[in-house]
Design a protein around this ligand. Structure first.
Ligand code: SF4
Length: 645
């Protein structure tokens, strides 16, 4: 093998499902040096091989499964991996990450990436074991829920330690927000990537690996790891990390409600009176029975719950994250936490994104309240706020695309178009992706994050926690004394363009490395210096020791993903927020009266990003500096064609 860099498995699989052929290929040196791994490499692959004419659910689309150099390393937290594609829900760039042990296992089995292309004639699953891969018949798995699928795969191979990433009936049926479920209850949930896998007749991937990953300079790598762990142990973060360990992300229900940012009643407001009924204390005290960590993580935020009696009685199962509690709880005015557990679990078993599913149901409840739809439209379901029986039934109907469920299976944007009238006013999405659990009327930079995020209204590409957690020393270190004060003001739009540009680039490196956001986002322990410290001794890529190179690599990956969307027609006009979040001042709660100053923040963002203010397109001079000359040429060609029309 001639691939020169360590920390990588060094090979990837390029799978032609049409022909049933698996091509084993050597990783490209340029991919590692310029795009690192994960989202960066996936962006390059998708830029090269898909485009405006690619129908997301056609055989022409690709599904990329990716790890990064830090996946499966000793670095904490390094259990992550990711999927990317042109998204069926949004029609633009789509990626989704998951934790657990699958990513490390894939690398230990000898591969950094898997690319699925085409469509298999019959249902298959991919089995990878120590350098070998084969497509196996999945006819008996098709139609099965995700837990049964995982059990059956493990039984077939007589190996209970096989790691799996599988889809459920929802993705097979074409629900546009089908998820990929990893090891029973972790999910690459957002943007419908499970549906892409389903459209290719692929039920999932099973991996088993026992090969190791080398470091370029093991002593130096261990030393760098120890230095980064010393940063994690800094008392500055102690309370945030302690809370994550104790409550997982459920802690955010209280923290975010106190700011007035907890989506409630389909984002009508950001404050839920009954938040304590679905909050961290009740979950920890009455239902949590165990705590878990992903590969190599010192935090361990994942928790297991059990409900001992009643309608929603369950054996031990992964507890819902903050986002699921928000989507099926406050968002639907539902204060019954046991029903939230149940709805989250059904989404995992059926293979659906809990955020898009809960948000779409909340949207339907508001239409019902407003009289835009009635029982004739809903197959007789009473969609009054908080009606648990109807929610339970609707989740099953959506997964089967049955009756009214077929409309909701398309997500809020398309459902609003089908329903017509004023329905669009209550569809809370950006670029077609249902908003995650943050209300930008209570936090200015969230508005900019939602508007500029390449996959839509979601916090995971650039959310800043500096303002709400208030770390002045960090703000000064990153942005200088003059700007730090404004950066830390949660309701000031000033310098938020610079802040979000910086976070996007930092997250682009994080998602290419690939590691968990805890440690980067909440609390903000790791910064560019971390990657400059850790990547060179692991990989041998000396460029990455230069902080300027690390930062410009973040910008390169951000620009490439943005350019992917520009090529599909995304301009400043689409980098916006839904009407509710942009025009309706927050009606109640601590953020009462709040609205995001999106135009001001966008102007500043484009300035720092190096984009044209009118269109949001990148400036050619910027692209050349970032070694994205092929993007600059494409842009020039498109401008020329536009001029000729
Ligand atoms: S912080 Fe939580 S989600 Fe992230 S790697 Fe650790 S256990 Fe997994």
């Amino acid at each position: 093998m001639t691939f020169p860099y360590k920390g990588y498995a060094g090979e990837y699989l390029d799978i032609d499902l049409e022909k049933g052929k698996i091509h084993k290929k050597e990783m490209k040196k340029e991919w590692a040096r310029l795009y690192l791994g994960g989202t960066g490499v996936a962006a390059k692959i998708l830029w090269d091989r898909t485009g405006p004419s690619t129908d997301p659910l056609s055989p022409d689309n690709l599904l990329v499964v990716g790890t990064g150099p830090l996946t499966g390393s000793m670095f904490s937290p390094s259990g992550r991996f990711m999927f990317a594609s042109k998204g069926p829900l949004t029609g633009v760039w789509a990626e989704s990450h998951s934790g657990g042990f699958f990513g490390p296992e894939l690398k230990y089995a000898g591969f950094d990436f898997v690319i699925f292309n085409g469509r298999s004639e019959k249902p298959v699953y991919l089995f990878i074991q120590d350098g070998k891969a084969e497509l196996l018949d999945a006819s008996d798995l098709w139609g099965r829920e995700t837990n049964v699928t995982t059990d059956m795969i493990r039984e077939k191979h007589k190996d209970p330690s096989i790691e799996t990433a599988v889809i459920g009936p929802a993705a097979e049926n074409g629900v546009l927000y089908g998820a990929i479920i990893v090891d029973y209850y972790r999910a690459a949930g957002r943007a419908g990537l499970g549906t892409v896998l389903g459209s290719k007749n692929v039920k999932g991937i099973a991996v088993s690996g026992s090969m190791g990953i080398d470091a370029h300079d093991m002593d130096a790598y261990l030393k760098a790891n120890e230095e980064e762990m010393a940063r994690v142990r800094d008392p500055l973060w102690a309370s945030s990390l302690e809370s994550l360990r104790k409550y997982g992300t459920t802690d955010l229900v209280s923290i975010i409600n106190e700011i007035g940012r907890l989506p409630t009643k389909n984002h009508w407001t950001g404050y839920f009176e009954d938040a304590d009924k679905i909050g961290p204390e009740i979950i920890a005290n009455e239902y949590r029975i165990a705590q878990e960590a992903c590969h190599g993580c010192v935090v361990g935020c994942k928790y297991i719950i059990r409900v001992n009696e009643g309608e929603f009685k369950t054996t031990p199962v992964g507890g819902p994250e903050y986002e699921t509690i928000m989507a099926f709880g406050s968002n639907c005015l539902n204060d019954d936490i046991e029903s939230v557990f149940h709805l989250g679990k059904r989404c995992d078993l059926l293979g659906m994104d809990t955020i898009s599913c809960g948000k779409t149901i909340g949207f339907a409840m508001e239409l019902y309240e407003k009289g835009i739809i009635d029982k004739e439209d809903t197959n007789g379901l009473d969609l009054s706020w908080g009606n648990i029986d109807s929610m339970v039934e609707l989740v099953e109907m959506i997964a089967k695309k049955e009756g009214f469920g077929e409309i909701l299976a398309k997500g809020t944007r398309q459902a609003a178009e089908i329903i017509g009238g004023d329905a669009w006013k209550y569809a809370v999405h950006s670029k077609g992706l249902e908003a995650s659990g943050q209300d930008p009327r209570a936090h200015q930079s969230v508005g900019l994050t939602y508007a500029t995020n390449v996959r839509g209204a979601d916090h995971l590409r650039s959310l800043s926690s500096l303002e709400e957690l208030g770390y002045p020393e960090i703000a000064i270190h990153r942005f200088g004394e003059e700007k730090a004060d404004d950066i830390l003001k949660i309701m000031s739009p000033k310098y938020k363009g610079e802040l979000i540009k910086d976070m996007e680039d930092l997250y682009a490196i994080t998602d290419s490395a690939v590691i968990c956001k805890y440690g980067v986002m909440w609390p903000p322990v790791y910064y560019y210096e971390t990657f400059a410290n850790i990547i060179p001794p692991l990989t041998g890529m000396d460029d990455w020791a230069d902080l300027a190179f690390v930062k410009s690599s973040g910008a390169r990956i951000s620009h490439l993903r943005r350019a992917y969307n520009h090529r599909l027609g995304i301009t400043r006009q689409q980098e916006t927020l839904p009407r509710r979040l942009l025009k309706e001042p927050m009606p109640t709660g601590p953020a009462k009266g709040g609205l995001p100053d999106l135009d001001e923040m966008l102007d500043e963002y484009y300035k720092y990003r190096g984009c044209d203010r009118e269109t949001g397109f990148p400036l050619e001079s910027k692209l050349d500096k970032l070694q994205l000359d092929y993007v600059a040429q494409d842009l020039k060609k498109r401008k020329m064609l536009a001029g000729q029309q």
